[in-house]
Design a binder for this molecule. Structure first.
Ligand SMILES: [Zn+2]
Length: 469
């Protein structure tokens, strides 16, 4: 296969990515905590991870991608209590919305999406191993990891210069803490009144797992003791990933992760996203503003993943203009190819964009190369191009669009039949009358017949659902 290079957070260097024993790449990604809608900043990480999967496959590799769902922690328990729902009902609702949003953004479904609550026995088992080995201790029904017992603690986040505290004064009970020090962190949490019905029986009494523990137990249960690639947002480096390393390596004595992959955060109009600023956009908000999810995908890939990226509505406009231009080039090429086809492995003039992706996912370079190549090809076509050459360039363009995960945008759209248009019109009337039951029924009827109705700034349009003949 072709080489793919990627920055590794642990060694601070760009190095070739490799799968153990030439098998499928074991890629574990920390998934969302399902207590509310994921915002577009969360999705930046998942879109970049999806790009990596696509690049690895286009380079000739196989990948086993696992992305968990955190369905028990401080936030989900609080959310379920406030919503007056059992934890499982509350988290399944948000998990479903997350998966649906991901689909709209063109995320390839992972091989597995394990839920933390399905792995509680494995988590208890891991805590017991750590207690037996002297790396963990019980206090008031909770179990803590003894940070001083693991000399490698802090390597990933370069914590070595900071203070390491031990014992009751330096313990962190919350799932998330931002202390600039290593504290003994909680592996197993004793049941508290506010946890209500959420508890499991354990050797230390009723309780529940800590957040950091969940990922270690799931990753090792699914992949074994060492995984090839572990990813997440850069805010997870400390303490989450630092703690995952400590728990896993202290228990097994083996390296937990060979390559660390972190994606920087997203800013909105140059400001940190927050509820109080009202800029915590979700995919729903973006679509409500009349944009296509794929325009957002292109924006989320427009900056290099290791740099913070600034989102603004202007960046959406630029992305849309760019892909509309690509669409025009593509349809002219399609005409010029006169039905001739080239192999799916073809890159044509788009090889430069592909090479930029293989080198640490250099998306800004790759997009620039893609647009430049599109202009060059368009000039050549105007000057006269053979059917074969047009077919090659078309295959190359489709290939790179597939790697970027946006090819669905360019699928040939067939005109919707009159019957479908009538259903969509009826739905609009129902919507205007705020008859949501009827409008949902009409939407579902269209879906059954293979058409998706999309609402945008200029009204509705009908799109043939992928996979329908
Ligand atoms: Zn995790």
């Amino acid at each position: 296969m072709e080489e793919v290079r990627l920055f590794d957070t642990a060694t601070r260097s760009v190095k070739p990515l490799s799968a153990s024993d030439g098998e499928a790449l074991k890629f574990y990604a920390c998934g969302p905590t399902v207590y509310g809608p994921a915002h577009i900043g969360n999705f930046r990480t998942f879109v970049v991870q999806d790009l990596l999967v696509r690049v690895w496959e286009a380079a000739g590799g196989k990948v086993d991608h696992v992305r968990n769902l955190t369905d028990v922690d401080d936030k989900t328990i609080r959310g379920a209590r406030e919503a007056k729902l059992p934890l499982g009902d509350f988290t399944s609702k948000w998990a479903e919305i997350f998966i649906k949003d991901g689909k709209s953004l063109g995320l390839t479904p992972p091989m597995k999406q394990p839920k933390a609550t399905d792995f509680v026995p494995q988590q208890i088992d891991l805590v017991e191993r750590l207690v037996k080995a002297g790396h963990a201790y019980e206090a008031d029904g909770s179990v803590y990891f003894r940070v001083k017992s693991f000399p490698g603690y802090g390597k990933l986040s370069r914590l070595d210069e900071r203070e390491v505290k031990e014992g009751a004064s330096g313990r962190a009970d919350a799932d998330e803490y931002a202390r600039e020090q290593a504290a003994d962190f909680v592996l197993w949490k004793a049941h508290k009144e506010e946890d209500g019905e959420v508890f499991w029986e354990s050797p230390w009494g009723k309780g529940r797992p800590g957040w950091h523990l969940e990922c270690s137990a799931m990753a090792m249960q699914i992949f074994g003791e060492t995984i090839d690639l572990h990813g997440g947002g850069s805010d997870l480096i400390f303490p989450h990933h630092e703690n995952e390393i400590a728990q896993s390596e202290a228990a097994t004595g083996k390296p937990f992760v060979k390559h660390w992959f972190h994606v920087a955060h997203l800013l909105v109009e140059n400001r940190k996203m927050s509820k109080s600023l009202g800029n915590l956009h979700t995919l729903k908000d973006v679509i409500r503003h009349g944009w296509d999810a794929f325009d957002l995908r292109l924006v989320l890939l427009s900056g290099h993943y290791r740099q913070p990226l600034n989102f603004s509505w202007d960046t959406m406009t630029a992305a849309r203009h760019g892909r509309e231009r690509l669409g025009r080039v593509r349809s002219k090429l399609e005409e010029a190819a006169k039905g001739k086809k080239a192999g799916a492995e073809e890159w044509g003039s788009f090889r430069g964009a592909w090479d930029a992706l293989r080198e640490d996912l250099e998306t800004p370079k790759a997009l620039a190369a893609l647009y430049t190549a599109a202009s060059t090809v368009e000039h050549k076509r105007k000057a006269g191009m053979s059917d074969e050459d047009a077919a090659k360039e078309l295959a190359g363009l489709d290939h790179i669009l597939e790697v970027f995960g946006v090819s669905a945008l360019f699928e040939k759209q067939t005109e919707a039949p009159a019957e479908m248009k009538q259903l969509a019109k009826d739905r609009e009337i129902a919507r205007n009358a705020k008859d949501w039951t009827e409008s949902d029924r009409l939407r579902d009827e269209l879906a059954l017949k293979g058409w998706e109705v999309r609402d945008g700034a200029g009204g509705w349009r009908l799109v043939r659902k992928p996979g329908t003949p």
